[in-house]
Design a protein. Sequence first.
Length: 630
Amino acid sequence: MKPKVKELTRQIVNQLKQTQTANGSWDYPFETGISSDAYMIILLRTLEINDEDLIRGLAKRIMSRQEKNGAWKLFHDEDEGNVTATVEAYYSLLYSGYYTKGDPRLQAAKKFILAKGGIEQSHLLTKIILALTGQYRWPPFFPIPIEVILLPLSFPINFYDISVFGRANIIPIMILSNKKYSKKTKRSPNLSDLFTFRSDDYFRWPENRETQKLCSMIKEEITRLIGLPHAIHSLAVQRAKRYMLDHIEPDGTLYSYFSSTFFMIFALLSLGYSKSDPVILEAINGLKGMKCLIKGHPHMQFTTATVWNTALISYALQEAGVSSSDSSIKKAGHYLAKRQQYKYGDWVFHNPQALPGGWGFSDINTMNPDVDDTTASLRALSHLVTLDPAIYQTWKKGVQWTTSMQNQDGGWPAFEKNVDKKLLNLLPIEGGRFLLTDPSSADLTGRTLEFLGNYTNLRKNHRMIERGIDWLLHHQEKDGSWYGRWGICYIYGTWAAVTGMMAAGMKPQNPAIQKSVKWLYRIQNPDGGWGESCKSDTKNTYIPLGASTLTHTAWALDALISATEKPTKEIQAGIAYLLASYTKKDWTIEYPAGQAMGGRFYIHYHSYQYIFPLLALAHYRKKFESSTVP
């Protein structure tokens, strides 16, 4: 097995080196299904920007993803299909002008939508897109009134208690809902035949006593604000507009997210901006800049993952034995150093004593750092610190920002500190727990501990590390796993928690570690690999995929390698799976490994099939090569 492990390691290293770009980065696609492709068609047609090559290409990609029953899926094992994705595909294909209602494929899609309860069963964000393009009736109110932006930070619920990724989308939506804005064109399809009933309230906000109490509390505080109601409302609209304009990135996008930029464009139109205004044109060009090519078709990425890819790949190469003096590592290091953020983003509201120093996710993000990208970048730079004084200063700022982001509960969030007010879960926002808060999570906490334990001089009994471990111990599931917020899902969280606690000084014999190891052994597939369904995040429990994936197998292996002292038969079987399956080409290679909103938004990172098998093989060789390995 040793020669085969060495050979596959060399093969992946060569593959990654060959795909590095001229500026030192790696720009593997960040693939998120067909939603952003559909939204781009809808946006361009609504604004009457007839970029036919792009629209035709996106429509072809969407059609190529249709299932035999007429539906579209978010992931391979999603039963019959997803009604929201199917509504988005159907609408955009009609709006493209390249397909008609008489097309048998669209007739099959319509049949599926109606069988699943009609267009009314689509997701909240989809209904909003339908409303602002004239296909759906706006509700009489949005659960979060626009005046919330005026509430002081001292109020129990204020604008900055919503997560930054939630704020980015909600701000333009509040403006649009307030204006009841709608824009149709001569080419707009008619989707009235997708409704299963007529109602004055297609949105049907779910409310209970606690929700009503919270909404009343917000309204009462708003009425206490000094000024006439009209003046307050006007001020809120202007402040919301200012927020959007102040958070536009250099490429013209809002926070470098596709969805928030899409909504911002329509919000600005509702405020009187011309569709030829430079702000809108730059935003559209920014979205076009997110285009990538997958299997010959264009795909609109939700954002770019360039910093994330580059940090992880540089780190994995170094773990696999590539010297820090190698040109590929140096070039990646210089790229990452240039992407460190020096602006004060919204994170400062909850962390006012900290200085900037984090990294963001995308190539063009300048004001929205996150803990995950920061520790990933710092790992990649760790061996360059002694070679370059400038990188040493970069390193110091990054470590200081990371440590300052620990939550009061001892865990680490993704973007903002202590943004986890349970009251927000009472708001009737579909998928609100993924959109509105940014709580501590096992994946962020585990990986931060892994970084602090392996790459800094912090003592293992440092209070910061002890609090992080305590958080993980208190959030371990009964079966021994941990839930991972930003990946799929329990294997992901368990990998991060175990490797983090081991780096932080925990012994393999610790009961929590042993419990997690036994859980990983128990869910191993007969072929030696591991695989988890995207259904886990909405079911709130581990759901087996019924097949193994390279990424899940690599995560499970990496956790087991860190937590065991000898290469067990389960580890050997997992390594054998990687060796036998690395070159296979089937649906498991494209199965999503990440998620941003459970039940709605899943991510296929094209880089993961290289990064994580390489890491697992590298760590296997480092730890066990000197022992008796067959």
